[in-house]
Design a protein around this ligand. Structure first.
Ligand SMILES: [Zn+2]
Length: 269
């Protein structure tokens, strides 16, 4: 499932492509991906413009000139493609938004959704989400505050969207590895020095992943060389049995509350 760096990569790359562009048409092949009737959806979008694209947690928010917003969550298996009908990958798009000759394709939107809301309703819709880990005002003190009272394992706590926004299965493991800490340890067992390492690792890994375009395996547009660049740079995720790049010990995979979890049992403490 795309996490913060994947959605941020989409936002950064999509903005110069569609910001300010007028929507010329809409096709919906899976009405269930929407929260309104396809006719109402098409009516709200057609003729309007994309004013801005924001990201919150694993959501993208498309702000329309009408004052309404599109709230996107790709969930598992979802991806985006921007281009002409000829360039589009051979996968079913559940929603297509047209911008003249180029279109934005919402692919694999089966668990995911693209909902139309009033801008004023957005805050309450997203109110349960924890803080954004890369916000400049999210300090180490704040980080300690959000972890205070959490009793679960580090893995489960990091992926809990009500605690922190945007971190999922891959980056929770990558952050723990970078910090040299075991994801299976309970949160109260960490001392302040370890928590500081964790905080720094979180910011470093997420920034690094955005810089390399996240791990999505399909490009956003023809000629896109950024998207997916971080996939080969994952240090532990999906690398069961491979040697740890720090100590050469084979990496292991366990299940933590039915989530896949990869780490080095030798150098993560
Ligand atoms: Zn190791």
């Amino acid at each position: 499932m795309p996490e913060l760096p994947e959605m941020e990569t989409y936002r950064l790359q999509l903005t110069p492509l569609i910001q300010g562009m007028t929507i010329t048409g809409v096709e919906v092949t899976r009405p269930k991906s929407l929260n309104v009737e396809p006719e109402r959806f098409a009516q709200a979008l057609t003729g309007s413009r994309i004013v801005r694209i924001d990201r919150r947690a694993k959501h993208l928010i498309f702000l329309l000139a009408t004052g309404e917003v599109l709230l996107l969550h790709l969930m598992l298996g979802g991806s985006l493609f921007y281009g002409s009908a000829e360039e589009k990958p051979d996968r079913t798009a559940q929603v297509v938004i047209d911008f003249g000759t180029k279109n934005l394709y919402f692919i694999g939107l089966r668990l995911g959704y693209l909902h139309l809301h009033k801008l004023a309703d957005l805050e309450s819709l997203l109110s349960k989400l924890g803080p954004e880990p890369l916000e400049s005002d999210f300090t180490f003190d704040e980080f300690q505050q959000v972890l205070k009272g959490k009793k679960g394992s580090l893995k489960v706590t990091l992926v809990d969207q009500t605690v922190l926004s945007g971190i999922g299965n891959c980056y929770s493991d990558e952050i723990c590895f970078y910090a040299g800490l075991l994801p299976i340890r309970k949160v109260p067992s960490f001392n302040i020095e370890e928590l500081n390492r964790l905080y720094q690792a979180m910011r470093t890994v997420l920034h690094e992943a955005i810089g390399y375009g996240g791990y999505m395996d399909s490009p956003l547009f023809a000629g896109d060389r950024l998207t997916g660049g971080f996939d080969a740079r994952c240090r532990v995720y999906d690398r069961e049995g491979e040697p740890c790049m720090r100590c050469r010990h084979p990496l292991i995979k366990v299940e933590v509350s039915s989530r896949k979890c990869f780490y080095c049992a030798n150098c993560q403490i």
